[in-house]
Ligand binder design. Structure first.
Ligand code: R7I
Ligand code: MG
Ligand code: MG
Length: 299
């Protein structure tokens, strides 16, 4: 059994991996059809901007503080509203600014709350910080989702993506079994069963998308990101594959990149891509900040 040692390179890999996967898919978001994407764009999108917000807030508060995280999202959104945010978050932000509390504002934006993938796409810092305790990880993943995504499918997608990142940090050999055991919702269990079948059969991309989806809903994108990681044997192959599935390419790229980066570490992320990535140093600093918290256990 190869239980990987958790290293700083894996922490940095997961955050830089999110941004690289996002930047790779960014130019392809919303396109249908398959085209291999190999060029990192010059900009990352809302996926990475919000992941940065999660990390900033966790570090500044030395742990999770919902109100602070919501305010951090709002501040970052107001500085860079052009990053391609989903329809929901800006509406939530304006409700919070009007005084609605951070854990209530998102309830009203869709009937039953949003089941989009916005809570999952930004989750990497939570996977890194709460890797030791699976139930604490679930609790914080759900709470952080509540800021924008109160639908159970939106929150569960975030928890599942966070746990996939933890399993990657540990290089868990029974990756899919553990994920299936973790998820509480039947629709996700069924998708994970499909992932297993598809891995055995090595289907083409069309079949993968038909079974797993490539959409903006968490249920139709988190499983595709997990598959992209499991079906490939290097960081670059995993993110290129994910960003080439079409549909919500930046987000599937970001989520696959967070998992793949946690498994292989930043040293396996091609330098040429890292050089092109905007704010690379800052993102690494955030990973270092989370690493320090892990060492001194203040959260
Ligand atoms: O989830 P969210 O932050 O969007 C993330 C996506 C990623 O692809 C990013 O790259 C960026 O492009 O946006 O934003 P939400 O508005 O919460 O959800 C995304 C979309 O999911 C919505 O615009 C809706 O189309 C759909 N959606 C729903 N539709 C109907 N009813 C989410 N929840 C519902 C719902 O309850
Ligand atoms: Mg985006
Ligand atoms: Mg997207």
């Amino acid at each position: 059994m190869n239980h990987g040692k958790i290293t700083l390179a894996k922490f940095v890999g997961s955050l830089i991996g999110t941004a690289i996967g996002d930047s790779l898919g960014a130019g392809r978001e919303g396109f249908s059809g398959f085209k291999k994407v190999r060029e990192v764009g010059t900009r990352y999108t809302d996926d990475t901007a919000m992941m940065i917000g999660v990390a900033e807030s966790l570090i500044q508060c030395q742990g999770f503080d919902g109100e602070h995280m919501a305010k951090t999202f709002i501040r970052n959104y107001e500085r860079e509203p052009w990053r391609g945010y989903g329809a929901g978050p800006p509406r939530v932000f304006s409700l919070i600014k009007q005084g609605v509390s951070w854990d209530k504002a998102a309830e009203s934006i869709y009937p039953g709350g949003s089941f989009g993938n916005g809570a999952a796409m930004r989750i990497a810092p939570i996977g890194l910080l709460y890797w030791e305790d699976r139930e604490k990880l679930r609790e914080i993943a759900y709470k952080s989702s509540r800021i924008t995504h109160t639908h159970s499918l939106g929150a569960e997608g975030a928890a599942l993506e966070a746990y996939a990142i933890v399993l990657a940090l540990k290089e868990e050999p029974k990756f899919l079994d553990k994920l299936r055991d973790f998820t509480k919702l039947e629709p996700y269990k069924r998708k994970l069963e499909s992932v297993e079948k598809l891995l055995d059969r090595k289907e083409d991309r069309k079949e993968i998308v038909a079974e797993l989806g490539n959409g903006i809903e968490a249920l139709n994108s988190v499983p595709a990101a997990i598959y992209s990681f499991l079906a490939n044997s290097s960081f670059s192959e995993a993110v290129v594959y994910a960003a080439s599935l079409g549909g919500d390419a930046d987000t599937i790229g970001a989520m696959a990149g967070a998992i793949a980066g946690a498994w292989w570490g930043v040293t396996e992320i091609p330098n040429a891509w890292q050089k092109k990535l905007e704010n690379r140093e800052y993102i690494e600093d955030l990973a270092r900040g989370l690493w320090k918290m892990k060492e001194i256990k203040t959260y």
